[in-house]
Design a protein around this ligand. Structure first.
Ligand SMILES: NC(=O)c1ccc[n+]([C@@H]2O[C@H](COP(=O)([O-])OP(=O)(O)OC[C@H]3O[C@@H](n4cnc5c(N)ncnc54)[C@H](OP(=O)(O)O)[C@@H]3O)[C@@H](O)[C@H]2O)c1
Length: 284
């Protein structure tokens, strides 16, 4: 497999995948709504087709000549990105489609709209008629920055489940491996990192690495967050409260054994990540 198109290649999980695909010799093309940002991150090492999800003609042009397409978009166009790609892939001779889902994505959690959309996107891959690979990651360590960026570490929601946080770079390596392995076709891989900890514990460890005097993380209930988001008309906080309310109700399902065996397990610990990526994020 040589040329691969990546949708969402400038994102938190997409960018490390692109870096590993390049290092592993793939000819990488990005479908990016912000080509300037794509050039700032990757320079001339990638080919960039400018376009938004929903622009079918541009997407078709971007997919032409690609043997694989990796979808790592999410948000409001999550399902649309997967259905657009899988709808055109067989006709364009694509030999593998991949999609980034989530570790809690399963039927019993379909009451949450994000999960319902991801389940439908997974179905689009499984039924499109060409080999597919689904990645179901848990929490990336890079998310921790969102809990410490405003100064005092703060967590929304009482999340008691320990999560196996992983470094996005480890997942990027696994994604690239999956496109090189025939055995990764038809597989749904759960990506879990090497150690389990609660979000609060992870946030506090990260905050202390940045500032040894950082105190305990403040916990705001999802109810408080919803009230504040309503009073301040803060849609982002509302979305965060809803997402954390969801995570309060679901655990961390999924078995990472197949991903670890076939793609090589994530090895980066939180302590290793904070001294490299974690500090770079904070200084950026
Ligand atoms: N981050 C997590 O905690 C996490 C955990 C598990 C699963 N996931 C899943 O992993 C996937 C990737 O997430 P992420 O955290 O990497 O997301 P992200 O950082 O928000 O990146 C999203 C990417 O999609 C691009 N994009 C968004 N809307 C677009 C549009 N309309 N047209 C074209 N490109 C568009 C963004 O481009 P710009 O650079 O222009 O914004 C960016 O490259 C998602 O499906 C998400 O649900 C994420």
């Amino acid at each position: 497999m040589s040329r691969i198109l990546v949708l969402g290649g400038t994102g938190m999980l997409g960018a490390p995948a692109v870096r590993h695909l390049l290092a592993d010799g793939f000819d990488v093309r990005l479908f990016a709504r912000n080509p300037v940002k794509a050039r700032e991150i990757f320079g001339r090492s990638v080919d960039v087709v400018a376009g938004h999800v929903g622009h079918l003609k541009t997407l078709e042009r971007a997919m032409e000549g690609c043997e694989a397409v990796h979808v790592s978009v999410g948000g409001e166009v999550d399902l649309e990105s997967a259905t657009d790609v899988t709808g055109m892939a067989p006709r364009l001779g694509v030999k593998r489609v991949g999609y980034v889902s989530g570790t809690t994505v399963r039927e019993e959690n379909a009451w949450f709209p994000m999960v319902a959309a991801k389940l439908a996107a997974e179905t689009a891959l499984r039924t499109c008629g060409i080999p597919w690979t689904i990645f179901r990651p848990t929490w990336p360590m890079e998310q921790l920055w969102n809990f410490v960026r405003t100064g005092r570490p703060m967590v929304v929601g009482h999340l008691r489940t320990p999560y196996h946080f992983f470094a996005a770079d480890d997942m990027g390596r696994m994604v690239s491996a999956a496109y090189r392995l025939e055995a990764a076709a038809g597989q749904c891989f759960h990506i879990h990192g090497p150690e389990a900890m609660t979000v609060k514990e992870a946030v506090e460890r990260y905050a202390r690495a940045l500032d040894p005097d950082a105190g305990e993380a403040m916990v705001m209930s999802t109810r408080q967050a919803k009230i504040i988001s309503f009073l301040k008309r803060n849609r982002k906080l509302r979305g965060a409260a809803e997402l954390m309310g969801y995570f309060e109700r679901v655990g961390e399902p999924g078995d990472p054994a197949a991903a670890n065996r076939l793609l090589g397990a994530p090895t980066t610990t939180l302590d290793e990540w904070v001294v490299t990526e974690g500090k770079v994020l904070a200084e950026a």
